[in-house]
Design a protein around this ligand. Sequence first.
Ligand code: SF4
Ligand code: SF4
Length: 536
Amino acid sequence: MSSATPAVEGSAADLPDGTPTGAVRATDQAAAEAVGSRRPLDLGQGGPVAASAAQATVGLGLPSVGRPLVPAFDEHHPPDAALVGDCVHCGFCLPTCPTYVLWGEEMDSPRGRIDIMGSGLQGAPLEPSAVRHLDQCLGCMACVTACPSGVQYDKLIEATRAQVERRTQRPVRERLLRGLIYQLFPYPRRLQVLRGPLRAYQASGLGRALGRSGLLDRLPAALQAMESLAPRLGHVDRLAERTPARGTRRRTVGLLTGCVQGTFFPDVNAATVRVLAAEGCEVVVPTRQGCCGALSAHAGLEDQALAFAKSVIEVFEAADVETVVVNAAGCGSNLKEYAHQLRDEPAWQARAEVLAGKVRDITELLDELGPVAPRSLLPMTVAYQDACHLAHAQGVRDQPRRLLRGIPGVELRELTEADICCGSAGTYNLLHPEPARELGERKASAVLATGAQLMVTANPGCWMQVATTLARMGERLPVAHTVQVLDAAISGTPVEQLLSGALDGPGTPMPRHERPPTQAVPTAPTSRPGTDPASP
Ligand code: SF4
Ligand code: SF4
């Protein structure tokens, strides 16, 4: 596979001879059709189609490690041979795997990656190209949902990533970038320090000027991605340590504020507290909480992830709450995995199991409790985007939809390719900006195709990825978290105010290139809070 292979436009028929064109075995095609998907290159893409995975992953240079790993794995938690053996090579997972959808490469599919792990367990060295195929996995867990044999790919990739991280020496440029990411994003206080300079940069209009001058385009792709993803920063109101329930108290809950959520999307946390209180929850926000370790765990940084996990367990034990509420999908799925991560330390594992039993995504809890706060009319169409770590990793799909449909006036619209990741995937869009960009454009196009007035999601990463992609495409569409829509319905916020805040308020992308919008800002009839006859 040569990095000199030219990019091509269009369908598989347009590709040069020898270009990988997706599933070639009849059984694979049958599997794809059985789950309602099409062959990868038949899905259609708005922009140029990368002809190979190697070409598409240009962000950091290839290969990512210089020497084969011999043996492939050491004795500290290699991928479990029994779990590898569960894969029967049926191919049902292929059409839901974003990298397979992009490139049609067997080794960039779940089945191919499991084969790499199996070969390593049998003594084969882990070649740099194999590490690249493993690196290119988004960890979206769509394959876990799709697999009829119950293959626990999540456990396999987590173990393999820790091995690779521990035992490989990456190129200097990549080490520096990874060091920057993992010494910054999991530390809320460091992110808070960054807010001041970032706000000044945004207020000065420097980004727009640099974008127009073309200077930003000369930065390394990963830094360009970081610059463009940084959302518009608003004012941060400090959350009360304890907020009483409105009316009869139904539950005492603790809120995990999150690193990225707390720094870049404080409005989502504030809305979460208001909605929980309105629904009869006393809300505790522990002040000393840090990162949950999701980014570290997904990147294979085992020691860092375990240290964060223990700290979160201690903080919420001290808070003495019945439920721990999470409003960022990646964090919620990670908290539910603590017991597995801490399996070598039985005392901690037991404490992790207790905590995991209390963890709920905000939509899970609200759905479980049932509504008591009246909802006012919000007449608008909403496209709900499933965050992978909510839908695939936690199996939470129906609850957010039920909550949104429970708001008078809301019409829910479904996305095509809903199971395919948007390309955010934690830090994937920083480490692999090219495929992330392609996936972002597919998702943004699917959102636009719904014609909805608002996109709703449950994860800050998806929000930044899709909103930034829409802006880059010259489109303007409001984006909000599920709980912000509920907050608007409960507080009687007019729909225009909700939509304009979701279009230009905190959390929205900063304009970098002055491309005119191709779609007008959606409007909707005015609602009058509390006057909807359908309100409970
Ligand atoms: S986790 Fe996602 S990207 Fe990785 S193999 Fe599974 S479906 Fe593909
Ligand atoms: S991971 Fe599951 S769906 Fe994919 S090939 Fe293996 S058994 Fe089939």
